[in-house]
Design a protein around this ligand. Structure first.
Ligand SMILES: Nc1ncnc2c1ncn2[C@@H]1O[C@H](COP(=O)(O)OP(=O)(O)OP(=O)(O)O)[C@@H](O)[C@H]1O
Ligand SMILES: [Mg+2]
Length: 291
C-alpha cells in the first residue's frame, strides 16, 4: 500500500456532533457478508459460526476462511465480537464457562471441536498472543523453553538451547537479552515482554498465530518492531490479527475482515477495504462515523 493511501487512513474519530450514531440513526440493513470470505487454500475454514455468552449471542452466522500463509486483519467497533471470533479458532472460549460455540471450524479440513481434539495440542498448532504481554513469572529462557518442554520437542539441553535462541532471534529479541537469559521475563520492557511472548508462541512451532491487539499497549517504537516482526513471520505462519488501528491493518495484512455487532459485514483485499469498501457500514467505520 502506498504512502498517500496510508496517510489518508484516519483512525476512527469520534463523530463531531453530539452522541455517537446508532444503528437506528444510520438506518442501514444488514446483508450477508460481502466480498471474498472464502479462499481456495484455506488453512482454517469457519462455517456458519454462532457464539453465545449464556443467552447473549455475540457472533452471528460467520463464515470466513483464513488462507494459508496470509495475514488477515479483523477490525470493527468495540464489542463487535473480534476477540470472541478469534478465540473460537483455538478453542480459547472453552475457558469461559458460559460461552457456547456453534457451527464448524476446520483446521486443515479437520473439525477442531470434536471430543478427540486435545485443546492443549490444538493451541500448540494455533498459538495466541494477547493484548497485554503476559510472560510467566520465570526466567526469559524458561518462558521460551516452557512449551517445547511440555510437548517434548527437543531431545537434550543443547537442542533446547538452540530452539530457545532461534525463537528469540525470530522474535527479534535475542540480541537484547542474550546476556541475561536467566533474568525474569517480567523484568523486561513492555515491548520486549510482548516479543518474549511471541518467542514463547513460536517456540512450539505453531502453524497459525492469533494476535489480539498485540501492540495496543505499546509505544510507537515497540509497535513498529512488532509490525516488522509480523512481516517477517508471515513467511512461515498464518496470522490472524485483531487491531483497532487501521494504519496497522493496512501495514501488515493482505486481507481485512470488518465485523459489526457480531456479524461479518465485509471481507476483501486490505487496499480495497480501505480505499473502496463495498458495504456502507464498512465505509462509515473507516471514515470515522463510528468506532
Ligand atoms: N467473557 C464474557 N462474558 C460475557 N460476555 C462477553 C464475554 N466476552 C465478551 N462478551 C460480550 O461479547 C460481545 C463481543 O465482545 P468481544 O470482546 O468479542 O468484542 P471485541 O470486538 O473484541 O471488542 P474490543 O474491541 O472492545 O476488544 C460483547 O457484547 C461482550 O460484552
Ligand atoms: Mg477484543
Amino acid at each position: 500500500m502506498n504512502e498517500a493511501v496510508l496517510n489518508d487512513l484516519a483512525e476512527p474519530n469520534k463523530p463531531d456532533h453530539a452522541g455517537p450514531e446508532t444503528e437506528d440513526s444510520l438506518n442501514i440493513e444488514y446483508t450477508d457478508t460481502v466480498g471474498q470470505p472464502l479462499c481456495e487454500e484455506a488453512k482454517i475454514r469457519t462455517k456458519e459460526v454462532n457464539v453465545y455468552y449464556a443467552d447473549n449471542q455475540a457472533i452471528h452466522n460467520v463464515s470466513l476462511d483464513i488462507g494459508e500463509n496470509e495475514v488477515i486483519a479483523l477490525i470493527g467497533p468495540s464489542g463487535c465480537g473480534k476477540s470472541t471470533y478469534l478465540r473460537t479458532l483455538n478453542r480459547m472460549n472453552d475457558t469461559i464457562d458460559i460461552c457456547r460455540v456453534e457451527g464448524q471450524i476446520l483446521l486443515d479440513g479437520e473439525d477442531i471441536y470434536t471430543k478427540k481434539q486435545d485443546p492443549v495440542l490444538l493451541r500448540a498448532r494455533v498459538g495466541m498472543v494477547f493484548q497485554k504481554p503476559n510472560p510467566f513469572p520465570k526466567s526469559i529462557y524458561d518462558n521460551v523453553a516452557y512449551g517445547p518442554r511440555i510437548h517434548g520437542l527437543t531431545r537434550n539441553k543443547s537442542e533446547l538451547d538452540d530452539l530457545v535462541e532461534e525463537s528469540l532471534t525470530k522474535a527479534g529479541l535475542f540480541q537484547e537479552v542474550k546476556d541475561r537469559l536467566d533474568a525474569p521475563g517480567t523484568g523486561l520492557s513492555g515491548g520486549q515482554q510482548q516479543r518474549l511472548c511471541i518467542a514463547r508462541t513460536i517456540a512450539v512451532q505453531p502453524e497459525v498465530i492469533l494476535m489480539d491487539e498485540p501492540a495496543s499497549a505499546l509505544d510507537p517504537i515497540a509497535t513498529a518492531k512488532i509490525e516488522e516482526l509480523i512481516n517477517e513471520l508471515k513467511e512461515n505462519f498464518t496470522i490472524v490479527i485483531v487491531t483497532h488501528s487501521m494504519q496497522q491493518a493496512a501495514r501488515v495484512s493482505q486481507r481485512t475482515a470488518y465485523f459489526h455487532m457480531g456479524r461479518l459485514i465485509e471481507v476483501g483485499e486490505t487496499d480495497q477495504i480501505f480505499t473502496n469498501p463495498a458495504h456502507e457500514l464498512t465505509e462509515k467505520y473507516i471514515t470515522g462515523r463510528f468506532g
